[in-house]
Ligand binder design. Structure first.
Ligand code: CU
Length: 164
């Protein structure tokens, strides 16, 4: 590779690093590290939105995410997604477990936080705040960037066919 190509490559890498989608800083709460938080943009009139994030438990005791809230929505609920017979359905969860030394991953087609009763559509590039309350560690506010509707591996899971 000659010097010119190297310079072009360097320029491209710098440009990539500046992409705003690169993600928010991790949030620390005692032994917990909350990272990779994002919400999906919503269409006008859509009443629900979805938030994904990861929670790592670097401590020696199990922790539980008990509830979530956000100024952006009337309520925020803890949901799991299950597939059966080609249909996806959501189920309320009383809590999400984060084992000692383990990592909880909320992701498309899996566990997620559901924003219900959105006060306004979520717009790409915007940032909302989600407050997480844990069994022992207390409460923390997490900045959550809003990404485009197609962000993530499967935009199809945004549509939940049934809810229980
Ligand atoms: Cu849901």
């Amino acid at each position: 590779m000659n010097a010119m190509n190297l310079r072009v490559l360097f320029f491209l890498l710098c440009a990539l690093a500046l992409v705003p989608d690169a993600g928010a800083e991790p949030v620390h709460l005692k032994a917990l590290v909350i990272d990779q938080a994002y919400a999906r943009a919503t269409a006008p009139g859509q009443e629900v939105g979805v938030v994904y994030l990861t929670i790592e438990n670097t401590g020696k005791t199990a922790e539980h995410l008990l509830s979530a809230a956000s100024p952006a929505a009337r309520i925020v609920t803890l949901h799991s997604t299950r597939m059966s017979g080609g249909m996806s359905s959501m189920h309320h969860q009383a809590a999400f477990d984060i084992p000692a030394g383990g990592k909880l991953e909320l992701q498309p087609s899996g566990l997620h936080l559901m924003l219900e009763g959105l006060k306004a559509p979520l717009v790409e590039g915007q940032e909302i705040v989600v407050r997480l309350t844990f069994g022992q560690s207390g409460t923390v506010d997490v900045p959550v960037p809003v990404r485009g509707m197609g962000a993530g591996p499967d935009m199809g899971s945004m549509h939940h066919d049934r809810m229980r």
